[in-house]
Design a protein around this ligand. Structure first.
Ligand code: NAI
Length: 310
């Protein structure tokens, strides 16, 4: 039996915690002893408007259950907003042990019709919003013994989905940022991972999947419950998490790791496009994959294959 995962004396910031997945993370973190900063702008699923009641309600729920929480209503999509979210944690509790960057919206449009505005708002909330919130926490953690950061990617971002070019670009951008932060934060004890969740929320309802019921269902009642994703997120946000720089999927209770891998490939001896065309099958063959640790490791793989010294 694994040790009990507790967050006593720990301070965790959850962005977009007024609804859906973030709300479940915040409630469960508080149940396990964390002091939680519940951030939510309270807008619509396409990022319009704001409403303080979303974050306030979750803070009230946590307090009613005997937990500790503070609301923050800033948008993650500005640098000042992100900085203020982390300042809320430091002002209220004096530290920040984990950040779950979860806030998100959708503006789906097929690629041929995608407008700059639809690209910008998605990059602002997801990619820039993650950077704006996480960077001040990362810098605090660097000076104060480390911490855990969970960034939110998406199966769409990893695998592709019709009508979500803007969203996928942002989500895979978050994965790239996460890889670098894990490398740069390692010495300071900062662990950074990405989650690709699948659960019924108001956001999935807009994308044509099943949506959240008025009262979110328990993991026992509903396979699409946010409670089947949250166990992984709490484990990633805890100091005992063994992983950093990795991507995890969680949906309906199936937890898995997604990797960016390299196949066996071929060694060209005919340095022409025809030389490539002659070997398409082997070049594309996805069996026998290797997962490079980072770009330096990949360079070592090139050297080992080719004898190049560079
Ligand atoms: P949700 O709509 O239930 O919750 C997202 C929350 O983020 C909302 O409460 C919203 O007010 C808040 N938010 C939006 N923009 C914000 C901003 N600028 N600043 C602060 N708060 C803001 O959606 P859900 O499904 O819980 O999504 C959570 C995260 O998981 C998002 O990043 C989403 O892209 C991601 N995700 C969810 C999937 C799912 O199956 N539910 C699938 C893949 C990714």
């Amino acid at each position: 039996m694994a040790d009990t995962i507790r967050f006593d004396d720990k301070v965790v910031v959850v962005t977009g915690a007024g609804n859906g997945l973030g709300r479940t993370y915040a409630l469960q973190l508080a149940q396990r002893g964390a002091k939680v900063v519940v951030n939510d702008l309270g807008g619509s699923t396409d990022g319009k408007g704001d409403d303080r009641s979303a974050a306030s309600r979750v803070v009230e729920e946590i307090r009613a259950a005997g937990g500790e929480a503070t609301a923050n209503f800033d948008s993650v999509a500005t640098q000042a907003g992100g900085a203020n979210i982390i300042k809320t944690a430091l002002d209220a509790y004096g530290r920040v042990d984990a950040v779950i960057a979860n806030a998100g919206i959708l503006r789906d449009r097929s690629f041929s019709k995608l407008s700059q505005e639809e690209l910008d708002i998605i990059l602002d909330v997801h990619l820039r919003g993650t950077m704006f919130t996480v960077q001040p926490a990362f810098n605090w953690m660097r000076e104060n013994g480390g911490g855990n950061i969970v960034m939110t990617a998406s199966p769409s971002g990893l695998f592709g989905a019709f009508g979500q070019a803007n969203y996928c670009a942002a989500k895979l951008g978050i994965v790239g940022m996460m890889r670098v932060m894990a490398i740069e934060g390692a010495k300071a004890g900062i662990k950074v991972n990405a989650l690709a969740p699948t659960a019924a929320t108001r956001l999935t309802a807009t994308a044509g999947m099943s949506g959240e019921a008025t009262e979110p269902k328990t993991p026992e009642e509903d396979p699409m419950s946010t409670g089947r994703v949250s166990p992984l997120v709490l484990a990633l946000a805890h100091q005992s998490c063994p992983a950093s720089g990795e991507i995890f999927n969680a949906g309906c209770g199936w937890i898995s790791r997604a990797v960016v891998a390299v196949n066996e490939g071929v060694l060209l001896d005919d340095f022409s496009p025809e030389g490539v065309a002659a070997q398409w099958d082997a070049i594309r063959d996805p069996s026998r994959l290797t997962v490079p640790v980072d770009a330096t490791d990949y360079w070592r793989m090139i050297q080992a294959k080719t004898g190049a010294t560079g």
